[in-house]
Ligand binder design. Structure first.
Ligand code: ATP
Ligand code: MG
Length: 414
């Protein structure tokens, strides 16, 4: 029967990113008109488990045989794939999530764009390729992540795509997402330019309430207008995340900033707009969320610290020296100096994430850093040399550090 000649195309994100003028994270290729046997003969290394994917002998980039897919069961594992030499490029492109991800570039440099991806790229539109979009709930997360990544160009969800996303929430397809995948997409989204857009897009289609109900619960909960001109706790939370993204690329800090006020979602309504003890109430919520999504320990620990102690940051100027010392000890700042900086940045984002407070001068980081350095200057070896031993070493160290912090607090006062 004779195969057509083998054709190789660059596809997906790499084509999109080339057109956007940004560096692609990786390059994916599609091969049309060939068989796994021929690929192996050409020196490619087979790696695909569910469908034929190969690594290039030199570049090690991924080359997938053109394939079609068909939904067979709920959830995103429920697909049957079909790859053969007669599957066309266009058939491969139609199974992709978004029009901007469904373009190909041939070896001569021509763009193959059957679904008007270039136009959508131009207009900043995140638009589904076909109604098969609804078959895979990961796509809801991916769209939200692209909104976060391409925020600088104002990318938004096309109306028809938004309707499909809402339907996927309503028919329960979104509930089939597994924890690992949610966290994987969320962690990547936290690293993007505008991570708050990820959560906004999920909220708009109703998915936030299914995936992160603790966050959804913050919307519609008022805070005192004096400290929080933006009033709404959910709005404040997204503003805090936006500020965290301005302050640091560290996704652990951004994550802690996002979760720090979860306790406000469980304040009894009669107490609104006050949120007494929301810090303590937030801790089990943060722990529960992290448990459910199997969030790595580094993220969880910082989020718990910031949730529990952010009020102490804001009131730093009024704290007793011993309270500051205990805070530093709880943060584990003496063994892990980077923890203090992470804590300070997340709390700074909290302070700036309020309407009108974005550019204010903050005194708290200076106070707490000053206290930390004063306490650090007390060397445990001096305490031992002075004849203390056993439990008394820690007690004496604590006393001396507290006194050192008192000194700088006193010096600060006029
Ligand atoms: P990134 O820059 O994040 O890698 P990408 O667009 O290259 O973005 P990949 O996850 O590398 O994304 O996937 C490569 C391509 O495969 C996508 O551009 C898209 O065409 C297709 N794709 C990936 N995941 C899905 C999915 N869940 N549903 C449909 N198509 C998908
Ligand atoms: Mg890619």
């Amino acid at each position: 029967m004779g195969y057509r000649t083998l054709e190789i195309y660059l596809v997906g994100g790499a084509v999109r990113d080339k057109l956007l003028g940004i560096e692609p994270r990786d390059r994916d290729w599609v091969v049309v008109g060939t068989t796994p046997e021929e690929m192996t003969e050409l020196g490619y290394q087979a790696v695909g488990k569910d469908f034929p994917v190969f690594l290039h002998p030199e570049t090690k980039e991924e080359y997938a045989l053109a394939r079609t897919e068909r939904k067979t069961a709920p959830g995103y594992h429920g697909f049957a794939f079909h790859a053969s030499p007669d599957v066309t490029l266009e058939e491969d492109l139609v199974r992709r999530d978004l029009t901007i991800n469904a373009m190909a570039l041939d070896e001569a440099g021509n763009i193959i764009d059957p679904f008007n991806g270039q136009e959508d790229l131009e207009n900043g539109m995140l638009r589904h390729v076909s109604n098969a979009f609804v078959e895979d709930p990961v796509r809801v997360l991916r769209i939200a992540r692209y909104a976060a990544r391409f925020s600088r160009w104002g990318f938004r969800v096309a109306h028809g795509t938004h309707a499909l996303m809402k339907r996927m929430v309503e028919n329960g397809e979104v509930d089939a997402l597994v924890a690992e995948r949610v966290w994987q997409e969320m962690e990547r989204a936290l690293g993007e330019d505008a991570p708050q857009r990820f959560f906004e897009v999920l909220r708009n289609c109703g998915a936030l309430g299914r995936i992160l109900p603790e966050l959804e619960a913050l919307f519609g909960v008022p805070q005192p207008a004096h400290h929080h001109p933006e009033i709404d706790s959910g709005l404040h939370t997204l503003m805090v995340l936006e500020q965290a993204a301005r302050l640091t690329p560290d996704t652990r800090i951004r994550f802690a900033a996002l979760l720090h006020d979860l306790g406000k979602g469980t304040t009894p309504e009669v107490e609104w707009p006050k949120h007494i003890a929301h810090e303590a109430r937030g801790v089990p919520l943060v722990e529960g969320l992290c448990e459910r999504l199997r969030v790595p320990k580094e993220y969880r620990e910082l989020a718990v610290i910031v949730t529990r102690d952010h009020l102490l940051f804001h009131t730093a100027a009024e704290l007793r020296p011993v309270t500051i010392l205990k805070l530093l000890e709880r943060i584990d700042a003496f063994r892990r100096p980077e923890r203090l900086e992470q804590f300070l940045l997340a709390c700074e984002a909290d302070s700036r994430g309020r309407t009108g407070y974005e550019e204010r001068e903050l005194e708290q980081p200076r106070i707490l850093r000053g206290a930390y350095h004063a306490a650090m200057a007390i060397d445990v070896r001096e305490v031992v040399a002075a004849g203390f031993s056993g439990k008394a070493v820690g007690e004496e160290l604590h006393r001396l550090r507290s006194a050192a912090i008192s000194q700088i607090v006193k010096n600060r006062e006029p």
